[in-house]
Design a protein around this ligand. Sequence first.
Ligand SMILES: C[S@@+](CC[C@H](N)C(=O)[O-])C[C@H]1O[C@@H](n2cnc3c(N)ncnc32)[C@H](O)[C@@H]1O
Length: 347
Amino acid sequence: MDTPLVIDDTWSASRALRAIERGSRLLWQGDWHTGKQVVAALKRRLRPRESDFASYRRARGRQMRVVNSVLVRIDSSYGVEARRAPDVRRACLLAYGVGRGDRLVPLQELLGVIGAEQLRLRGVEVPALGGRIHPHYGVFAPTRSEYADLVARAPLDAVGQAFDVGTGTGVLAAVLAKRGFAVTATDLSPRAVECARENLTRLGLTADVVRADLFPPGRADLIVCNPPWIPARPIGLLDHAVYDENSQMLRRFLSGARDHLEPGGQVWLILSDLAEHLGLRSRDELLKLIESGGLAVAGRSEIAPRHTRAQTARTRQGGGGRGGGLLAEARAREITSLWRLAPAIQH
Ligand SMILES: C[S@@+](CC[C@H](N)C(=O)[O-])C[C@H]1O[C@@H](n2cnc3c(N)ncnc32)[C@H](O)[C@@H]1O
C-alpha cells in the first residue's frame, strides 16, 4: 500500500479533504484533539443529504471512506503516536486482543474503540432481564431493548429446548433462559459468541453459545431470531448486525427454520418494519417468505421503540440533511413485531 502523507495541526480539514480526494491516505502526527476536530469537520462536510435511500447509503459510504483515510499510528503496546493522546491501552486490548498493535488505524475507528470500552464497562440496563448487558466492541448493543420485552411477554404453553439464532450479546438467550428454556445460542461472529458467553455467566444463567451459521445441530421447541432488519449492503463493522443485503439472512432463516423445529414447535421472528417505511421490503414480501418456508402466522405482538425521539435526534445529527431526515422520518413510524410462526398445515 502507498505510504501515507504525514499531516499535523497546520492542516485544515479542506486541505485534508483535497489530499484524500487525490488518492492519499493521511497519517495524523499532530495534537490528538485537533486530529479529532479535523475528523469531525470531514464528517460534517460529507454528511449525506440525499433523499432516496440508495443515494443516501452511497454518500454514507463515501463519507466513511474519506473519514477512515485519516490514520494514527498505534505502537506494539497500544500507545498512540499523537500529542496529548489518551491512554487507549485497555480499550484496544478489549477491542483488538493481544498483539495487534504497531500499525496504522483510522482515528475514527480508535474513537469507536474508546466508546465501546465505556459501553462495555457501563453496560446497558435491560428491563426485561432486570439486569445489565455488557456489549463488546463490534457486537450489536441492545440499547433499544424493547424487543426483549416482546420475548419476555409472548404467550407460551410449555418450555423446552430453545435456539436463539444470531444471539449478539446474548440478550434474548438470557430472556429465554430466565423463562425456563434450555437454550442453545448461535452467532457467526466470534466476538458475539465470546460476548454472549460472558453476559450469560455474569447474569448467572446457563446456555450453550456456539459459533454457527444460523442453526445449531438438532431441533428445538422454540426458535427465536432477531435478524439484521435493513435489506441493504453493510458498510462498516457494526453494519453487519443491522444490514442484510437482499434479506439473505432472513430468507435463509425462514426457509430453514421449519426443519429445525420439534413437532408442535414455534418460530419467533423479531423484525422492525423500518425497511417497509424506507420502501426496501414490503409487508407482502415478508409474508411470502414466511409462507414459502412452510410457516404460517400464529400471532403477532408489536411495540414502538421506546427511544424513538432520542434516536431520531441522533439520526438528525449523524445522518443530517434530507438523507438523515429520510431515516428519521422512517424511524418515527417504526414498529417492531414479534411474529409467532408455526408450521403451516399441508394439504
Ligand atoms: C440484529 S443483531 C441481533 C442480536 C441479538 N439477538 C439481539 O437481539 O440483540 C443480528 C445478529 O445476527 C448475527 N448474524 C448475522 N448473520 C448470521 C448468521 N448467518 N448466522 C448466525 N448469526 C448471524 C449478527 O452477528 C448479529 O449478532
